[in-house]
Ligand binder design. Sequence first.
Ligand code: GLU
Length: 424
Amino acid sequence: MKDISDSGFSTDCHKASIMQFDRAADMMELDGELRQWLNTSFRELSVRIPVTMDDGCVRVFSGYRVQHNNVRGPHKGGLRYHPGVSLGDIRGLAAWMTWKCALLDLPLGGAKGGITCNPKEMSSGELERLTREYIHGISDLIGPSKDIPAPDINTNARIMGWIMDEYSRRQGYSPGVVTGKPIELGGSPGREDATGKGVSMIVSRWAEKENRRLDQTSAAVQGFGNVGYHAAFHLSRLGCKIVAVSDSTTGIINKDGLDVEAAGRYKKDNGSLSGFVGGETVDQSEVLTSKCDYLIPSALQNAIHGGNLEKLQARVIFEAANGPICPYTEPKLPERGITVLPDILVNGGGVTVSYFEWVQNIQHFQWKDETIQIELQAVMYRAFDKVIALAEKRNISYRNAAYILAIDKVVQAGHLRGIYKSRS
Ligand code: GLU
């Protein structure tokens, strides 16, 4: 969703991704044509999706699939269902997937899809018809070696199962066309909580770097969907005190530490955190500015902006969401003594286990959960260590370091494939 920064500009994810890319590209002294190749989508598709609703009327929805770059492997990225979805946001989110996969060294490119809809007001049957019709619209573009969708905001294993079925009806059994599927349909152990688990790995690696024990730290988690809940759950299991959580309806603060599992159960039974009594009820915006060591925005883009910058109390922000910091606000965070660990690193656990799922589908062989956890940790720690080392060596932000590492990988692959010819 859009937000107005303190400089008065409205930013969508595309604008934010370009601003972040440009800061790193300037440091790398990339030339103009190379920038243009890296900065623009390979392909963008808009589809009209007519759906017969339960009351018999037909509604037409807008859907998108943007493929940003596939020089290092097939396009990869989630599918988002939200009333605020726009082509501009999907375009930026697709670019972020390219940089995320490159930084994590997964042999995948970047893509993103979205449908402008409110899934909270739709029945399961309506969602199924919407999903199948969307896949009908984009089926020529996707495939196990072309473009592989996955869950994102408001999409889940059930929806991925429909995608697998709809594609397989046309092309023959193809579990590798989509990740985040139910285990029974070729999904991977550990995929559901992978993004949140990965966040907890990055936070604990950071605490280790700061010479702090996690049981001496506190965290506030904004967003209590798949990412926020699992991040809070795994962090609390590691001893970190979760002092505030929020969803789109309310915020809950408890300075002694919340019972994350009880909050999760409450949300599952009641549909939201509203009415949960495990702490003081506050407006959800107060969770972002609550007193904590680590702030973990896990919902939509632009949650942190000029309007709440001065009130932030956390020392470190871990971007579990994609793009939660307005790009105009970000340069002001160091003055406030706030460090940022960027999204393309912090939330990379989801696409990493998606990659493992895709590999298992190609092998037609299921790995053990233990193997997934060991390999996930190896990928997350390796990327974290590389980002920290480069940032310290060049005295630059962690985001710039992450982008430089990622862009460099894509540029190298482009040169080697001959897609982009260097001038020299
Ligand atoms: N939607 C997730 C992300 O933004 C996961 C994408 C995937 O698994 O392909 O990273």
